[in-house]
Design a protein around this ligand. Structure first.
Ligand code: PLP
Length: 396
């Protein structure tokens, strides 16, 4: 075998901890065990039919060739129009670029901004990819603890964490893994503070539309230009339209930042799939159909949430606040820790081995003592899983 030494940039990254649970589940399934998977980070719904039909339409129209690296002009215009109609944002197509999912949007944004030694503020708990992108850029993650405010970031927390080396803050609201939503006014205060201190902000709006009343979707794309100059919105179709496999997302950032991201992308993925861009552009143009599809998924997640959280709180040792968005319950299991279970990882392992339920240990999100339970699965599965949890741990 060749003497292969991985690059320092990649050696500094860790593997995805959320994949470990999925891997264990698939091994058990291969042995014929009926596993209930509550570790999934993707909608259980299929992509709406009208979007699938639009992709076929795009293919038949001959959209099978390269597009500009920034995406089809039609795609960028549809994003601009949609954000205008939906949120009242005033954007220019030069501020929009298509990407292969929200993940590449985040990567493009961070890699075009960060230099070795820069500090990046990341609120804890965090989505697993945030620190790894920062490591890849040879920058330094600086974590902000949010537990004192029930996992909701505040401007005061950010203010206390900013140093001379702070270049960037990464926020994600609605949040994976906590399901918490930063109130609109607080998020604006956070971003205004950062902009006034010369700190950039990447707002990961991948769960934007999954905010349950009274929480509401708020996009940083509506901020005035002098603030938005410091902001990159990382957007995605993956969760909103149940399109995880299509790999399509976008960035909204100032024209110079966008140009740099397009340059980077032009030497890597080039652009997301041509007819997928077409389908997404046409879907956004049909705002009624789009909103109806999203609203029905949001209502179903809300119904599951409303059933699940009170049930989880009946399980002995579980404590779970009401998530305001996304599709995750973030359960405090510290009440179970002691002689029998040394850590939340041990709790997750017992759930898998003894009750055949897959959940994600909080440690990978920087929150030992917690479990992330996804409700992107049917109420029937949730019901079976909760019964098995009650049997395993007992009830209050
Ligand atoms: N951001 C967050 C917080 C996520 O949870 C995910 C996916 O799980 C993504 C971004 C990336 O999604 P995608 O690359 O599929 O758009």
């Amino acid at each position: 075998m060749a003497d292969f030494t991985v690059s320092k940039n990649v050696a500094a990254m860790h593997g995805s901890s959320t994949m470990i649970a999925a891997q264990m589940a698939s091994e058990m399934r291969a042995k014929g065990i009926d596993v209930i998977d509550l570790s999934v980070g993707e909608p259980d719904f299929d992509t709406p039919d009208f979007i699938k039909a639009l992709a076929v339409e795009g293919l038949n129209a001959g959209l099978t060739k390269y597009t500009p690296a920034s995406g089809l002009a039609q795609f960028r215009k549809s994003i601009v129009d949609f954000y205008g109609k939906e949120f009242g944002a005033v954007l220019s197509p030069h501020e929009v670029a298509a990407s292969c999912g929200g993940k590449q949007a985040l990567f493009n944004a961070a890699c075009t901004l960060l230099n070795p030694g820069d500090e990046v503020l990341i609120p804890k708990p965090y989505w697993v990819t945030f620190p790894e992108i920062v490591h890849f850029c040879q920058a330094t993650p600086k974590y902000i603890e949010t537990a004192s405010n029930d996992f909701v970031l505040t401007a005061e927390m950010v203010e206390a964490a900013i140093t001379d080396k702070t270049k960037l803050l990464i926020v994600n609201s609605p949040n994976n893994p906590t399901g918490r939503v930063i109130p609109k006014d607080e998020l604006i205060r956070i971003i205004e503070l950062c902009a006034s201190r010369g700190v950039y902000v990447i707002t990961d709006e991948c769960y934007l539309f999954f905010a349950y009343p009274p929480a509401e979707p708020f996009s940083s794309a509506v901020l005035p230009n002098e603030v938005r100059d410091h902001v990159c919105v990382a957007g995605s179709f993956s969760k909103t339209f149940a399109m995880t496999g299509w790999r399509i997302g976008y960035t909204i950032a100032n024209a110079e930042w966008t140009k740099a991201m397009v340059k980077l992308q032009s030497h890597s993925a080039t652009h997301p799939t041509s007819f997928v861009q077409y389908a997404c552009a046409k879907a956004l143009d049909n705002i009624d159909a789009t909103k109806a599809a999203v609203d029905s998924m949001t209502a179903e997640y809300e119904r599951r949430r409303d059933w699940l959280i009170p049930e989880l709180n009946k399980v002995k040792g579980f404590k779970c606040g009401m998530p305001e968005g996304a599709f995750y319950a973030f359960v405090d299991v510290r009440g179970l820790l002691g002689e029998k279970y040394a850590s939340s990882a041990a709790v997750a392992e017992a759930m898998l081995k003894e009750a055949h339920i897959v959940v994600t240990d909080g440690e990978g999100f920087g929150a030992d003592g917690f479990l992330r339970i996804s409700y992107a699965t049917s109420l029937e599965n949730l019901n079976r899983a909760v019964n098995a949890m009650k049997e395993l741990f007992g009830t209050n």
